[in-house]
Design a protein around this ligand. Structure first.
Ligand code: SF4
Length: 437
C-alpha cells in the first residue's frame, strides 16, 4: 500500500525488510528528497534496517582497476576475466532469488563453483539435517504457541534485532495471555540490546545461565543425561552448577510447547555442527513424550533463499561446482573460503547487494576479483572490476526466504535507481561471454 502524504513525500506501508533473515513485513518507509531517492523509516524497523534503507546511493559508478568506467566497459572487462578463468568462484551471493538464478546460470555455463558467504554457518545446520534429521518450527509457531523459549549460545537480537518484538513478546498473537506466561532462558549470553529483550508489563523476567561458551555441545550432552534421569557425580558442568541445569530440566518438563533457538554462525566451537546435533537430538528426546521444537536463527543476505535456489536448480545445496559438465557437490572441498585460500579458484565474483560490509576472505594477489556490490563497497586487495548494484526490496522487486525457510517474501521497489540488479549485471556479462552485444 502506498500513500502520497505531501508533494515530494511518498509513504509505503507494510514494507518487507531484506536486511536480516527475519524479514519483518510491517515497516513504514517514506521516500523524500528532490531526486526521489532518499528513504527514511517512519515506523517500525531497527538500526540494521535503518542502515540498509537509508544508505546513500549517489555517485556510485563502475570501475576497472580503480578507474571510472562505463557500465558496458565494466561488463566487458568482467567477461574478459571470466573467459580467461578455468575455475571461477561465485561467492558472497548476497542477492535475491532472481539474482541467485542468474549467477547459477552463468556458473553452470562456464564451469564455476558457487558458495554463499554464510555457508560456514549454513552447513553446520545442513550437516545435522542431512545426517540425523531435526524437528524445527516457524516464526508464527513461536509467536503464537511457545510457552518456553531457550536461547542456546545466542541472544536472538544480535542476529535479528526485532526478534523479541516480533516473536517473543509481540503486541498481538493468537493467544495474548502467552505474553505473560512465556518464559525465556538465555544460555550463555544475555541480550546484547537489553531493551530489545525487555518483557512487557506483567511478563516474566528472562533467566540467564552462563556457561563456557565454547562448550555448547557438552552443555546439551549434560542436559540430555539429566533429562533421562542419569545420576551425575559432578557438581558442575561447563561452568554451570548441576542444580541450575536440573531447574532448567524442570522448566522443560513443565512446558506445553518449548523451543530452543540457536544461531549456528554464533556457535564458538570449531565443530559447531556437533553442538547443533546435540541440540537436535535433545529435542528429539523430549518429543518422545511432549511437543518441543528447534529454531535455527540466521538467513541474513538471503542465505537460505540462495541455498534453496541452488538446490532446486542443481539438485544440491551450495558448494557445488559445474566444471565437469554436471553439478558436483562437496561441502568441504568446495568451500569458497578454502578454494580462495588454497588458490584453487582462479577468479572471484563476489556479490553483495544488501550491505557493504559483507567482504570476501583474503585472496591471493593474482586472483582477479569482480565485485558486484552496493554503492561505496570496497574490498582488499582492490577489485579488478567493480559494478555497483541495486538493492532488492529497495531499488527493485525480488524474493527473499525467511529464516524459518517456509516463506519466500516478495520484496518491493521503493524508488527509481539507475543502478542495475544482480540479475541484470550477471545477465549482461553472460551475454557478452556468449558473443552478444
Ligand atoms: S529485525 Fe531484521 S528484518 Fe526486522 S526490521 Fe530489523 S533488519 Fe529488518
Amino acid at each position: 500500500m502506498t500513500t502520497k502524504i505531501a508533494n515530494t513525500v511518498r509513504q509505503f506501508k507494510n514494507v518487507p525488510c531484506p536486511f536480516c533473515g527475519l524479514c519483518c513485513d510491517d515497516l513504514v518507509v517514506e521516500r523524500n528528497g528532490k531526486d526521489g531517492k532518499k528513504l527514511k523509516i517512519a515506523k517500525n524497523g531497527c538500526d540494521l534496517a535503518r542502515r540498509g534503507f537509508e544508505a546513500p546511493v549517489a555517485g556510485a559508478v563502475p570501475k576497472i582497476a580503480g578507474k571510472k568506467a562505463s557500465f558496458d566497459e565494466a561488463v566487458a572487462a568482467a567477461a574478459a576475466i571470466l573467459k580467461n578463468s578455468d575455475r571461477p568462484l561465485f561467492s558472497g551471493m548476497g542477492t535475491d532469488i532472481e539474482g541467485a538464478k542468474a549467477v547459477l546460470q552463468l556458473a553452470d555455463g562456464i564451469g564455476g563453483v558457487v558458495d554463499h558467504a554464510a555457508s560456514h554457518a549454513l552447513f553446520r545446520n545442513f550437516r545435522v539435517m542431512q545426517n540425523s534429521g531435526w524437528m524445527t518450527t516457524t516464526v508464527a509457531e513461536i509467536r503464537n504457541r511457545a510457552d518456553l523459549v531457550i536461547f542456546a549460545g545466542t541472544d536472538g537480537v544480535s542476529v535479528s534485532p526485532r526478534f523479541f518484538e516480533k516473536c517473543i513478546w509481540p503486541k498481538k498473537a493468537l493467544f495474548t495471555n502467552l505474553q505473560k506466561e512465556r518464559e525465556v532462558v538465555f544460555l550463555g549470553r544475555g541480550p546484547s540490546i537489553p531493551s530489545a529483550a525487555k518483557p512487557p508489563r506483567g511478563g516474566k523476567k528472562p533467566t540467564l545461565i552462563s556457561y563456557d561458551t565454547k562448550c555448547l555441545a557438552e552443555l546439551f550432552g549434560t542436559l540430555r543425561a539429566l533429562y533421562h534421569g542419569r545420576r551425575l557425580d559432578a557438581k558442575q558442568a561447563v561452568g554451570v552448577a548441576i542444580s541450575d541445569l536440573e531447574k532448567l530440566i524442570e522448566k522443560i518438563k513443565a512446558a506445553r510447547y518449548g523451543v530452543i533457538v540457536w544461531a549456528s554462525g554464533q556457535i564458538e566451537e570449531t565443530f559447531g555442527d556437533l553442538a547443533v546435533q546435540a541440540i537436535a537430538e535433545f529435542i528429539k528426546d523430549i518429543n518422545e513424550t511432549k511437543r518441543f521444537a528447534g529454531f535455527p536463527l540466521g538467513g541474513g543476505d538471503n542465505a537460505l533463499g540462495v541455498a534453496q535456489t541452488c538446490t532446486w536448480q542443481s539438485g544440491f545445496p551450495l558448494r557445488t561446482a559445474f566444471g565437469e559438465g554436471h553439478p558436483v557437490h562437496d561441502p568441504y572441498l568446495l568451500s569458497g573460503r578454502r578454494l580462495l585460500v588454497e588458490g584453487e579458484a582462479d577468479a572471484l565474483v563476489w556479490t553483495s547487494a544488501f550491505r557493504g560490509d559483507l567482504l570476501p576472505p583474503k585472496r591471493p594477489k593474482d586472483t582477479p576479483c569482480i565485485l558486484i556490490g552496493v554503492p561505496g563497497m570496497k574490498v582488499s586487495p582492490g577489485a579488478d572490476v567493480y559494478i555497483p548494484v541495486a538493492t532488492p526490496g529497495v531499488d527493485h522487486t525480488g524474493s527473499f526466504v525467511r529464516t524459518d525457510s517456509v516463506v519466500a517474501l516478495p520484496l518491493r521497489k521503493l524508488r527509481d535507481n539507475d543502478l542495475p540488479s544482480v540479475a541484470e549485471i550477471v545477465g549482461a556479462i553472460e551475454t557478452v561471454m556468449r558473443g552478444g552485444a
